[in-house]
Design a protein around this ligand. Structure first.
Ligand SMILES: [Zn+2]
Length: 154
């Protein structure tokens, strides 16, 4: 009985026998570190789960989901703004009155849009600090440029 010990592990939840290298139960997908039971300790006369499987602590992702929804709306608004600005720029180009500021302005809007998209990606992934940092930097850069352009016009 114990000749195979070490070459396999037994799932505590569904009693399936798994290869020693398997990282999760082939049958019920419970991770090995939560499910593995020492085969020597199993009472063959018993039935059902060998032990209660502890689930990982619940990590709420609601705030990230809500944030992602709001940011996706922001992306939609930004693409409308970009579209109308882009059309305006094309119109200015056609009439030959497009200035360097106009291009810089549209460029800045695009930078802000990239920043918001980065925030969406970060929120959708459950909130990576680097993603939020990068998104915030992009938005700050774009908004800063727009502010400078506005001041320069006056
Ligand atoms: Zn299992």
């Amino acid at each position: 009985m114990s000749t195979l010990a070490g070459d396999f592990w037994v799932c505590g939840d569904c009693r399936s026998i798994n290869n020693a290298g398997a990282r999760q139960c082939y049958n019920c997908r419970t991770p090995r570190d939560r499910a593995a039971v020492d085969p020597e300790s199993i009472d063959p006369s018993s039935h059902g789960p060998l032990r209660t499987i502890e689930l990982p602590a619940f990590k709420g992702s609601r705030w990230a989901a809500a944030l992602a929804s709001i940011l996706i709306l922001a992306v939609a608004v930004m693409s409308i703004v970009q579209f109308s600005l882009g059309r305006q720029l094309v119109d200015y180009q056609a009439r030959g009155i497009a200035t360097a500021e106009d291009y810089a302005y549209v460029g800045s809007i695009i930078i802000v849009a990239i920043g918001i998209a980065l925030l969406v990606a970060a929120a959708a992934n459950g909130g990576g600090v680097l993603g939020f940092l990068l998104g915030g930097l992009f938005i700050a850069l774009g908004v800063g440029r727009i502010t400078l352009l506005r001041k320069g016009r006056r």
